[in-house]
Every structure is written in C-alpha cells, then in structure tokens.
Design a protein around this ligand. Structure first.
Ligand SMILES: *Cc1c(COP(=O)(O)O)cnc(C)c1O
Length: 359
C-alpha cells in the first residue's frame, strides 16, 4: 500500500522527482553512466546546477543582485556561518523554537545577541507580537516556520537592518518578496528535495558591504568563496541538487508558488477544521500563529491515554510519520508541498473513525 507520508523531514517528495532521480542514478541522460559517477565539473552536471538556479530565480521571482548557492552541512551549518560572516558586534534574533535557539547559541560565539522577543514562556506555542527590530544591530534573524512546534510567520518582515531567515521548513510553500531579505537559507529536506543540500539565497550588496573585515574566515565558511565559484569551489552534493531541480520542475508545472500556497492553505484548513471540531483532539498552537506546514495536535486531557492507540490505528490506514516531536508530544502532521490533499482527507477520516470508536 502506498503510504500517506506525514514525515517532518526528510519528507515526502513529488513522485515524478523520485522517479527521475532513480533514472538518473541508473543512466544519466542516456550517457551510459550514472549521475553518481560523473564529474561535478562535467558539462552534463553544470547544466543541472544551472537549471536549478534558473528555476529558483523564476519560481521565487528573485531580483537581480542575488546569488543562489547549494552547500553541504545542513541548515545547522548556517547557524554559525551567518554570524561568522556577518556578526561584527551585535545581532538581533527572534526566539520562536528549538531551531531559533540553536541559531542563537552559535551567534553568541561571535558577538552579542539581542533577543527581540521569545515565546519560550508557553513552550513556543505562539508567535510573539509587538516587538521591534533595533536599528543598531548588524542583522535580524528569524525562523519563518517552526517545524517542531507548528507555528509560522507567513509574511515578510520590514526591518531597518538586513534580514536573515531560516526558511527550511516553509521554503517555496508560498510566495515571498526576496528583495526584503539579505540572506535566506533552507535545508532542502523539508520541502524542496532530499537531505544533503542547503539552499542559500544571498544578496550581493549584503555580502560586499556587511561581511566582517577584521576576522579571518576559513575558506569553506566564507560565503564569498561559494558565490565566486558558483557553488563549485569543492564538490557540491550532486545528487541532492539533481532532485531539487526535479522538485522545482514539478512545482513550476503545477503553477508555482501562488498555486502551491492555495493548495497548502486548503490542506491545512481541512485538518485544522477537523481538530477544532473534534471531541478528542485539540490543537497545541494559538490560532493566529498556526503553521500551514506542520500541524501539531494532541488528545484532550480525558483521552490522553489513547494517543499511542491512535498512532497504531493510523498505521493500519497507511498514515505514517504522525508522532509529535518529544518536546510537544501527541501528533504532528507535516503537510509539505508534495503531500496530496487525499492524504489529509485520509487522516481526517481516520480521526473521525477513531473518535466514533472511543469518544
Ligand atoms: C530541520 C530544520 C533545521 C535543521 O536542518 P539540518 O539540515 O538538519 O541542519 C533548521 N531549521 C529548521 C527550521 C528546520 O526545520
């Protein structure tokens, strides 16, 4: 049985992207070799990376003056690479979850960190409001979607200083105004590809004007290295980049970001409605902070002992990856781009059926 895949990451990818990757692994473009066994500097692979960059520029409507990079090391490497390159004295961070905290921890290795607001007081179940970004900091950093807690900032932020955003888990799930960002980074494995590659969109002016000058930056840690070499300073993650390209081709074919946003809103609405109308289940996040990508819910107090049973029941229906992160408990349904509406409906049906049996 084909599974309904609610994994949080690595996560579901479009079937066509997986099939085309499988083909390229066996025989790439009919050249009689696998994509795994050709040079990253071959013209065949150069065409892959060029197409991936072009697709990002088209789909995200990236303005002139920005570079798209493909680096290894995961989004977690960006937590330190950003401050290593750009934190001279002080940076501002929004603390909305585990990933934000990890980014803050690394930034503190390089300078002062001002937390503009935090939702730690309520286990990161909401997006803080009413905060301002100071104008005396080198940059402002935030996490657009909090994968573990299921909260999301679904709008671009106006800022007096350059904005850096960890977009790992809602990257390419909705239109964004790239011109509002100095640097965007995203581990591919949540929404645009497999694990192994991190996508970086960096503004050239930010790199030229704001990079630290009085600190030695190791070559591989320096964004300039990768901008100058077009992500080819060393061997980039070739196969993940290929799958990212195939995923973007799929995204373009279904209508791009405006179309996928509509579908993501619809999917999330179906599930949030079911949660809100349930006798058994309850959401864990304040309504106006809800994520469209990671939908977190638990069982109401009187049914708490049924959580394990529901996960087992869901499995019998082919619904997998629903166990909540240990810091929230209960359930988390990740409804990334490639998850079809049918999977959400299957989950809602299972919730109703389970409720009839137990509530
Ligand atoms: C998964 C995730 C990360 C970590 O990504 P890695 O590629 O595993 O380092 C960072 N930030 C967010 C928002 C994530 O969802």
């Amino acid at each position: 049985m084909k599974k309904h895949n609610f994994n949080a990451g690595p996560a579901i990818l479009p079937q066509i992207a997986i099939e085309n990757t499988a083909k390229a692994v066996l025989d790439f473009n009919g050249i009689g070799m696998s994509i795994l066994e050709i040079s990253h500097r071959s013209k065949e692979f150069q065409a892959v990376i060029d197409e991936a960059v072009a697709l990002f520029k088209e789909i995200l409507n990236i303005p002139e003056g920005y570079h798209v990079l493909f680096l290894g090391g995961g989004a977690s490497t960006q937590f330190s690479m950003v401050p290593f390159n750009f934190l001279k004295k002080k940076a501002a961070y929004l603390e909305t979850g585990v990933w934000a905290k990890k980014a803050i921890k690394e930034a503190k290795l390089f300078g002062e960190v001002q937390i503009v607001a935090s939702s730690a007081d309520k286990n990161f179940s909401y997006i803080p409001k009413g905060w301002t970004i100071p104008s005396d900091v080198d940059y402002f950093h935030f996490t657009s979607n909090n994968t573990i807690y299921g909260t999301e900032i679904r709008h671009d932020i106006d800022s007096p200083v350059p904005v850096v955003c960890d977009m790992s888990s809602d990257f390419c799930s909705r239109p964004v105004d790239v011109s509002k960002y100095a640097l965007i980074y995203a581990g591919a494995q949540k929404n645009v590809g497999p694990a192994g590659v991190t996508v970086i969109i960096i503004k050239e002016e930010f790199l030229n004007q704001c990079q630290v000058k009085d600190r030695v930056i190791p070559t591989m840690t320096n964004y300039k290295t990768h901008v100058d070499e077009g992500s080819m300073f060393n061997t980039p993650p070739v196969l993940p980049i290929f799958t990212v390209k195939e995923t973007l081709k799929w995204l373009k074919s279904i209508g791009g970001l405006a179309a996928i946003e509509k579908m993501n809103i619809e999917k999330a609405q179906i599930l949030y409605d079911a949660i809100d109308n349930s006798k058994m289940f309850v959401g864990t996040v304040e309504k106006d902070s809800r994520s469209l990508m990671n939908i977190c819910f638990v069982m109401k107090e009187q049914y708490k002992d049924k959580e394990e049973a529901f996960l087992e029941f869901a499995k019998t229906k082919g619904l997998v990856g629903l166990k909540g992160h240990r810091s929230v408990g209960g359930f988390r349904a990740s409804t990334y781009n490639a998850l079809p509406k049918e999977s959400v409906i299957a989950l809602v049906d299972a919730m109703h059926e389970f409720e009839k049996m137990h509530a």
